[in-house]
Design a protein around this ligand. Structure first.
Ligand code: SAM
Ligand code: SF4
Length: 349
């Protein structure tokens, strides 16, 4: 089949095969890429509507017992000042997010043993009691029993990316991890009723279009609900520091195809894209993405959570700009799903 045949399949509501997906990912013709993004944009409109979800992320600890080769907070990275926010510091940010109308807070950290089951449980309970906000956890691999306990206390979503379904690449970049265990963790999260988040990194060493196509089909088969797709960005002081940055067009194509294949999912316009160029979040929102995560880690800690170098700030203003097109033309039909900020944005202008 050619490119147009595959687009026709999408229009007719047929499922795409692995080779269809590879064909879409491989195109580097401008007109074809635009047709792909347009199809994904239409799918987003049809399935989700014209709403961009804004969530607030707090990176509350950069301590990590793991040594993932790509990551700028890995255990063996030297010269990094390690921090751990206190529960009160976290709650202060949670309240500020709640006050501006954000409905979901993302709690992310390295795999930090200090944050035991009971400490996380205490934090979840406080957030629920004091704000009623939805909680997304992104704490890495934990025992099933802990996932279950956090769910019982009111955690709603969990983000644990597979990063790549290619077993060799997975092994190469994860000295501490086993791909089958990672998949098992993800299926526990699903069984336990979390909105289940996964995702992959685009541009890993040795990764091909065929691998990315497998990732996308894996998300579909696993019934993943949130899919974070970002380019690899080299982090200083890591074993991958001299590898090239992941390709932006490939990332956007992967976002678009994921929307077309997985349909009803949350697809963030990732911070990693924004770190390459602040306009790219708007491009992702035009290629099927529908979510933005703000970085709300307090300024004094943020610098030490550079999981990749020169990580960009995504704040309310940049998110608002990406959605409304303050910087350039952008489809004005997209609306931010945040009651209070809608007004704040108007009065600020
Ligand atoms: N420790 C938890 C985990 O690994 O799931 C949560 C924090 S971890 C820093 C969050 C995500 O950062 C990972 O899933 C990975 O995709 C992303 N990440 C880390 N280093 C990266 C890099 N150099 N380029 C792109 N993404 C990166
Ligand atoms: Fe730790 Fe997550 Fe970074 Fe791996 S990706 S080193 S688990 S923070």
């Amino acid at each position: 089949d050619g490119f147009l045949d595959v687009l026709k399949k999408i229009e007719d509501g047929q499922d795409l095969t692995h080779s269809d997906i590879v064909l879409l990912l491989k195109t580097d013709r401008k007109a074809e890429m635009e047709a792909l993004f347009k199809a994904a944009d239409e799918m987003r409109k049809k399935i989700i509507g014209d709403v961009v979800d804004i969530r607030g992320a707090i990176e509350f600890s950069n301590h990590c017992k793991k040594d993932c080769k790509y990551c700028g907070v890995r255990r063996n990275l030297e010269g990094l000042q390690r921090y751990r926010m206190t529960e009160d510091e976290i709650m202060e940010v949670v309240h500020s997010l709640h006050n501006i109308g954000i409905k979901t807070v993302i709690l992310q950290s390295g795999e930090d043993a200090w944050w035991t089951r009971d400490r996380i449980a205490h934090l979840i309970t406080r957030i629920k009691k004091e704000t009623g906000m939805k909680i997304t956890l992104s704490l890495g691999e934990r025992p099933r029993e802990e996932y279950e306990y956090f769910k019982k206390l009111g955690a709603n979503n969990y983000l644990l990316k597979i990063e790549t379904t290619n077993e060799e690449i997975f092994k190469f970049i994860h000295p501490d991890d086993d791909i089958n265990h990672r998949k098992e963790c993800s299926s526990w999260l699903k069984e336990l009723g979390y909105l289940n988040g996964s995702g992959c990194i685009i541009g890993l060493p040795g990764q091909r279009e065929e691998d990315i196509a497998n990732d996308i089909l894996y998300f579909k088969d696993m019934g993943i609900n949130m899919i974070g797709i970002g380019p690899f960005i080299p982090a200083k002081g890591t074993p991958l520091e001299n590898y090239p940055t992941g390709d932006v067009d490939m990332t956007l194509k992967a976002v678009a195809v994921t929307r077309l294949v997985c349909k009803r999912v949350f697809l963030p316009a990732t911070t990693a894209l924004a770190s390459i160029d602040s306009d790219l979040q708007a491009d992702a929102l035009k290629a099927g993405a529908n979510t933005i995560m703000l970085i709300n880690t307090p300024a004094k800690y943020r610098y030490n959570y550079q999981i990749y170098s020169d990580k960009n700030m995504v704040d309310l203003k940049s998110a608002y700009d990406a959605v409304t097109g303050a910087n350039r033309e952008f489809p004005s039909y997209l609306k931010i799903d945040m009651e209070v900020y809608k007004d704040a944005g108007n009065t600020e202008k």
